[in-house]
Design a protein around this ligand. Sequence first.
Ligand code: SAM
Length: 274
Amino acid sequence: MMGTLYLVATPIGNLGDLSSRALEVLESADIVAAEDTRVTGSLLKKLGMEKKLVSYYEHNASMRSGLLLSRLEAGDCVALVSDAGTPAISDPGEDIVARCIEKNIPVIPVPGPCAFVCALTVSGFSTKRFTFVGFLSAKQGERKKELEAYCHATETLIFYEAPHRLLKTLSDMKEILGAERRVSVSREITKKFEEHIRGTISEVLAHFEEHGVKGEFVIVAEGGTKAESDLNALSLEEHLEHYLALGNSKKDSIKLVAADRNLPKREVYAHFID
Ligand code: SAM
């Protein structure tokens, strides 16, 4: 019998967010593979658990996967945890998951906290369609190019950012996504100094310039509008779908499509009724 690889989500700040199922899986696992054994060691200590920990981090992931796979094939159960949140989301994990799937080893999620899901859900922006971008490049030139690629994306965009780069990234966003684009920046989610700062990129940047930057951050940007030429190339249905996906009501979407195409509203409406 093969073992099972469990991806166990851990708190991103508040210990109370660890699920009872996560506790059970950690307790019963033969091996806990941890991104940083000191961080996970101290979490397990707080939970009163003593476990054998194996390190599994970005730079030893492909080598460690081999060892973990042989244990899984021998029937052991492995719980993979990262320092905080959901493993394999901007954290190590995807390598061993892919290799387990190749070998038909079961991979089971133990869901829990994930910073980007928290930030998206409290942003107030459309949650119907979104792109999780994760970390942008640390190099400004590349970062700007990456942002340019998302400039006209109409879905909500979500970014992770390190505190020392937050101001630089927000000013690049101001330049490329536009000063008036709305963002919601979530800081220290589930922790004592949690806050969610919402406004235009200009306003939010000014806020952090004034109050300083401390803690962990997720930036959520409202979707953009397609370039005018792109909109005109859409069918009427796609054009309506574009505005609906941005969170507009059907009535408002019809109004917007009519304005873009210089058509009477009733004509657009009639078209959609058909
Ligand atoms: N796997 C994690 C998850 O599920 O969210 C993400 C790990 S990634 C290495 C770390 C980044 O997640 C941070 O730089 C920050 O952007 C975001 N993050 C993690 N915890 C956070 C928190 N409590 N508040 C805000 N952002 C957080």
